[in-house]
Ligand binder design. Structure first.
Ligand code: ZN
Length: 163
């Protein structure tokens, strides 16, 4: 049995990835899309990691702002630097009320119907995989992987993505 379309007889070599450093005050805040948030959420994309399917961002969330219903398609870790954030309705609804300074871990497939800022603040988060925004019945609205996050950030900053 032959293999059709075989075009390589060597393993593809990869370049070593560069180190990176960003002073986060040097990055401008940009609006996080209103399709996925309410109340003036801003963000800064700090890094994407195609080899892990990961992306890391900071978010600035005014009092009363929220993120739309979503599922974490991979695990994520966050550090809440300021503010009070209710995840999945907060403690009174069986979720978590994160009070800064706070660390949190979201497992793969965590569903968050309501992520709400009782008190405005900022957090840093690494997503190891996409975020899937969903309707109440679970129907997907959009899948935001490192590639979509990078595409949005590039468009907001007038940057070109290398090919
Ligand atoms: Zn979440």
């Amino acid at each position: 049995m032959s293999v059709v379309g075989r075009s390589r007889d060597t393993t593809t070599m990869k370049a070593k990835l560069p180190q990176d450093y960003t002073h986060t005050d040097d990055l401008a805040w940009h609006p996080f899309p209103e399709a996925f948030s309410e109340g003036g959420v801003m963000w800064k994309l700090l890094n994407v990691s195609p080899e892990m399917g990961g992306w890391t961002a900071m978010f600035d969330c005014p009092t009363g702002s929220s993120f739309a219903r979503h599922i974490h398609m991979g695990p994520g870790e966050y550090y809440l630097m300021s503010g009070v954030m209710e995840v999945q309705g907060g403690e009174s609804a069986g979720g978590v009320t994160a009070v800064a300074p706070a660390y949190g871990y979201e497992p793969c497939n965590a569903r968050h119907d309501r992520t709400y800022f009782v008190e405005g603040g900022q957090f840093y988060m690494t997503f190891l995989g996409p975020i899937q925004f969903i309707q109440e019945d679970g129907t997907p609205i959009a899948v935001i992987s490192w590639e979509e996050a990078q595409g949005l950030w590039a468009a907001q900053n007038g940057q070109t993505i290398p090919t």
